[in-house]
Write a protein that binds this ligand. Structure first.
Ligand SMILES: [Ca+2]
Ligand SMILES: [Ca+2]
Length: 230
């Protein structure tokens, strides 16, 4: 049994023996809270993989020992969808408020913020110290991941990534290793995306996708409801 624990601190993924209940392996995940559902991928060669989306990054692990095998950057914060595989291509969508195309904000690196805003020189940021243009659009609690009232470098870096991330549906060619963001992402589609629902496969829809093209064939606009596929 595979379990993903995407929490703001100490995120990890574990494999538990279905018969013994003992932890077979445990691998840390450098993500913050998320709600996505992982899937199992069976490549033609080699062992099965666990593909687990998380904040800003989707990662594939060996089902044997939990070793990270490959990952794709460019996801949104707090994904809730689930990947779909059709042939040798994986599809995954994510959406968060404030991250549609054109809404991105480039924040400075932590060292630069500390140099200009850390008034009491304790190497961390309080909400009072942070200038208005760099304030979170949501709650301070949401970006203060360890809830100590201040932002350290890790928390600022996740917040910075959140402001610059882009909502999107990604098509990823399977079969890579390490960081495949620049080599295996076939296309991104960034308009009118859902948050919770996952992609579903139909041969007609994917006839254009497999040609490395992201042109939608049709659009349906149900009102006021979202769920996983059944
Ligand atoms: Ca300070
Ligand atoms: Ca903190």
């Amino acid at each position: 049994m595979i379990l993903v624990f995407d929490t703001d601190t100490d995120a990890h993924i574990i494999a538990v023996g279905a018969d013994s209940g003992k932890i077979a392996w445990k691998t840390p995940r450098d993500v913050i809270n998320g709600y996505s559902t992982p899937i199992i991928y069976h490549p033609i060669r080699g062992s099965a993989q666990i593909i687990a989306p998380g904040s800003y990054q989707l990662t594939a692990y060996s089902i044997v020992d939990g070793e990270p095998l490959w990952f794709v950057r460019g996801l949104t914060c707090q994904p809730k969808s689930a990947p779909t595989i059709a042939g040798d291509i994986l599809y995954f969508n994510g959406w968060t408020p404030g991250n549609d195309a054109g809404q991105q904000v480039e924040l400075p690196a932590f060292a630069e913020v500390i140099a200009s805003a850390d008034a009491n020189h304790d190497e961390k940021l309080s909400q009072i110290e942070l200038p208005q243009p760099w304030q979170p659009t949501g709650t301070w609690r949401a970006i203060d991941l360890d809830r100590d009232g201040f932002l350290n470098e890790r928390e600022w870096t996740f917040f910075r990534t959140r402001r610059s991330s882009r909502n999107g549906l990604l098509a990823v060619k399977l079969g890579g290793s390490g960081d495949v963001t620049d080599t295996h992402v076939l296309w991104r589609f960034e308009k009118s995306l859902p948050d919770v629902p996952a992609p579903s496969f139909t041969r007609t829809w994917f006839s254009s996708s497999e040609a490395a093209e992201s042109r939608p064939l049709w659009t349906l606009r149900p009102a006021g409801y979202s769920s996983r596929r059944v």
